[in-house]
Each structure stands twice: as structure tokens, then as C-alpha cells.
Ligand binder design. Structure first.
Ligand SMILES: C[S@@+](CC[C@H](N)C(=O)[O-])C[C@H]1O[C@@H](n2cnc3c(N)ncnc32)[C@H](O)[C@@H]1O
Length: 423
């Protein structure tokens, strides 16, 4: 309850809010259940909320808003989990008491029982509204429909589905097939993705520390769509590479696993950059780590140009909602112009740092044109020395300038890539 309130009422991100709640639980099964319920309720929040309001004869008073959320938790268990209905109802009633609202116990019980009796009709009523049916904020659904008129339904469905655990084998430390072979020891299977040499999609999720060879740097967790970034850079030994928005280092480490390059990993957030350092240490890799603002190179750049630049820009995250359902409720439509302006500024300010003949990869985990092709289009208008190349990605779809993988395609996250070369 506290985690959900932290996200929905106080704007905290789910991983942050969840870390506190989970730390207080001793039993790993309780931790897993807490995580499952929080992710699930946030995945379906607006549909569950509409259902609660439909079931209630009157809106709860402001000070009883926590009971609406509690009912969402109860409904989520009844609709989307294997928890026996009587256990779901009694746990929800007990929570009302634990919240100091014993007077509401009978009421909570009655609302959930009513849902069980009238489920089909109640669902039919709330699902008449398209945004509610898909548990999407109306403004976001509108944007998705406008940008993806033929694909928005599958896109939205994939965004509400659970994401697989995909890993990347560190080719410097482990052979991919040898790593796959040892999975049976932990009752796992994995499928190698033909499009990517190091990507393996696992049959089920498990804590990263239980992945064979994780502590020894044999493997990292990284969605397959994100693994195209290092490939698109077309790295060669001894090149100077800038990873301009590096933290937590998923792509930094992949670049270094790929080739013997000199890499500068920059991020504006010092705390997040410590995670790059941890990942480098675990994988046995080295980079020059810098805290700095990529839009202000004068404050950190040594004046030597780079052969390759990766701009993995801060974005709306609309391609990774399946991993971060809180994005749906934390983002505002007004964030988009600000994000696009930052993305534009990053490209404009970093372009002079690229050597002639060099390559810059622009990436986002967004599916919105405003952060993707529109940013590139506007950049190209002001840079006659920039040549746009079609990214070589054997899935997804080629756009006018870049390339989009939509969430769910080959069970990957949504990702956008554009490839720019300097004349
Ligand atoms: C999408 S994340 C990068 C993910 C990372 N490349 C990876 O693969 O693990 C975007 C990052 O950009 C950083 N960032 C945002 N604005 C920045 C700026 N002006 N200069 C440098 N880094 C910035 C954020 O702190 C965040 O860590």
C-alpha cells in the first residue's frame, strides 16, 4: 500500500519506492509477492480504479482514498493472479484493519464479493472506454494512436504484458553456448536470439545474483533491443568512443566487451555513475568515467574528437512501460516538449566532438515520434555535414530517418535508433 501511494500520490518511481518496502520484509516469498502486486496494480491502475468507482455507490471521502487503492489491490488479485479468491478477499479485509480502518472491513468485503458476483457486467461497463480498457492515460493513448495508427493495439498490449529476462554474455569471459549449457543446473532454459550474438532470453525471471557466473562478470542483464546500440557503432580497435549518457552502464560495458577502444563514459548524475563503475569492475573492464553535462562540453571535454559517439538520451521511456508500469502515471504530456528540447540540445552540442568520418548513434527507449524521427529531422536541418544512414537492424521497421523496434517485437523492448555520420 505504501509503495503504491508513494508512486501514485507522491510521484516516486516504482523501483525506488519498492526498495524501501521490500527491505522491510524478511521472507523472500513475501518480497516476491509484494513486488508482483505493486507491478501488477500499477500495470492496470486506471482500469482497476474505474472498476472500484463503478462498484462503489458513492466516491470515498478524500481521507479514505487509501481504501480505493486497497480495493484496487484486492481486485488485482481476483482478476490477474492465481491467488484463491477467498484468500485475496480476506487478505484485503485484514489490510483495512491494519490501516486502522476496522469500520471498513465489512464494506471492503462486500465490494469485492459484489465484483465476484457481477464481474462480467462490471467489466463490460468500464471497458467501454478505450483508455480504461488498456489502462493507459488518455493523453498517452492518443499520442500512440496518432504515431502508430496500425500498430497501437499490439503496442499497448505488449506494454501491459510481462517482459522476459534477457541477458548478454560477456564474450571476453564466457562462450555463449557454454553458458547456455550450464543453465540446466539452475532449472533454467534460455533461447539464443539469432539477430544478436550475445543475447539470451531466459525461460523465467530470477534474481540477477542467481544467474550463473554473474558475480564473475560472465553475464549482464540487458534487453535484446538495447543490445543493438553497441553493434550499430561498428567499433574498431583503438577508436576513441564517447558514451554521453552512460549510467548505469548497460551500453558502456557492452561497447567494451565488443572491442579494444578507449571509452569515456559521461553522465550528469554522479550517483548513477557509481553504478557504471560497479558494472565495469564486475565485468573486468575499464573506462574513463566523468560526471558532466553532455550539453556543456566546455566543462569536461579535453578537445580531442571522438570516432564514435553514443547518445542514449533521457526520454519518456514509452518503449519500456512493460518493465516500468509507473511511467504511465508519472509522465505528463508537458514532459514531452522538454525532453525533445534536451534531446535536440544533446545532439547539437555533441556533434562538434565527432571526428570527420565518425559515427554518432542516437538512441531512445521511446516509441514517440516527437523524441525520435522528429528530433533527427530537426537536427539534420541545421547540420549540412551530417549524413543519415539506415541502421542495420534485421527486425522492427525503418522510418524516414531512423529505425523503430516496437515493444513486444520478438519479445523485445521498444527502442529507436538513428545513425548519423559526419562528412
Ligand atoms: C537512458 S539513460 C542511459 C542508459 C545507459 N546508456 C545504459 O545503457 O545503461 C539516460 C542517462 O542520461 C543521463 N543524462 C541526462 N541528461 C544528461 C546530460 N545533460 N548529460 C549527461 N547525461 C545526462 C541520465 O542521468 C541517465 O543516466
Amino acid at each position: 500500500m505504501q509503495t503504491l501511494q508513494d508512486v501514485l500520490a507522491h510521484g516516486r518511481t516504482l523501483p525506488n519506492a519498492l526498495a524501501d518496502s521490500v527491505a522491510a520484509l524478511q521472507d523472500s516469498r513475501d518480497r516476491a509477492l509484494c513486488q508482483e502486486l505493486c507491478y501488477g496494480v500499477l500495470r492496470w491502475h486506471s482500469r482497476l480504479e474505474a472498476l472500484v468507482l463503478n462498484l462503489l455507490e458513492q466516491r470515498p471521502r478524500n481521507r479514505d482514498r487509501d481504501l480505493t487503492l486497497l480495493l484496487e489491490l484486492g481486485l488485482y488479485q481476483l482478476m490477474y493472479t492465481q491467488i484463491p479468491p477467498h484468500a485475496a478477499v480476506s487478505a484485503t479485509v485484514d489490510t483495512a484493519r491494519a490501516l486502522g480502518k476496522s469500520w471498513a472491513a465489512g464494506w471492503v468485503n462486500a465490494v469485492l464479493r459484489r465484483f465476484q458476483r457481477e464481474r462480467a457486467n462490471r467489466l463490460q461497463a468500464v471497458d467501454l472506454d478505450c483508455a480504461t480498457r488498456h489502462a493507459m492515460p488518455p493523453w498517452l493513448l492518443q499520442w500512440l494512436r496518432a504515431d502508430w495508427p496500425s500498430d497501437w493495439q499490439s503496442l499497448v498490449q505488449a506494454s501491459n504484458a510481462r517482459a522476459p529476462l534477457t541477458v548478454r554474455i560477456n564474450r571476453r569471459r564466457r562462450d555463449r553456448d557454454a553458458w547456455l549449457a550450464q543453465l540446466s543446473a539452475v532449472s533454467l532454459t534460455g533461447a539464443h536470439l539469432t539477430e544478436l550474438p550475445q543475447a539470451i532470453m531466459l525461460s523465467r525471471a530470477l534474481p540477477v545474483t542467481e544467474l550463473p557466473g554473474f558475480a564473475d562478470g560472465e553475464v549482464s542483464v540487458q534487453d535484446a533491443a538495447a543490445q543493438f546500440a553497441a553493434m550499430l557503432l561498428a567499433l574498431r580497435p583503438k577508436q576513441r568512443v564517447l558514451d554521453a549518457c552512460a549510467a548505469p552502464g548497460g551500453k558502456t560495458t557492452h561497447i567494451l566487451e565488443q572491442a579494444e577502444v578507449t571509452l569515456t563514459a559521461l553522465d550528469i548524475d554522479a550517483q548513477r555513475l557509481t553504478r557504471v563503475a560497479e558494472n565495469l569492475a564486475r565485468l573486468g573492464l575499464q573506462a574513463n568515467l566523468l560526471v558532466g553535462d553532455a550539453t556543456d562540453p566546455a566543462s569536461w571535454w579535453d578537445g580531442l574528437t571522438f570516432d564514435r559517439i553514443l547518445v542514449d538520451a533521457p526520454c519518456s521511456g514509452t518503449g519500456v512501460i512493460r518493465r516500468h508500469p509507473d511511467i504511465k502515471w508519472l509522465r505528463r504530456p508537458s514532459d514531452l516538449p522538454a525532453l525533445a528540447a534536451t534531446q535536440q540540445r544533446l545532439l547539437n552540442r555533441l556533434w562538434p566532438l565527432l571526428s570527420s568520418g565518425g559515427r554518432l548513434i542516437y538512441a531512445t527507449c521511446s516509441v514517440l515520434r516527437a523524441e525520435n524521427d522528429a528530433v533527427i529531422e530537426s537536427f539534420l536541418r541545421g547540420h549540412g555535414d551530417a549524413l543519415v544512414r539506415a541502421p542495420d537492424i534485421p527486425l522492427g521497421r525503418a522510418l524516414q530517418f531512423g529505425h523503430q523496434i516496437l515493444p513486444g517485437e520478438r519479445d523485445m523492448d521498444g527502442f529507436y535508433y538513428a545513425c548519423l555520420e559526419k562528412d
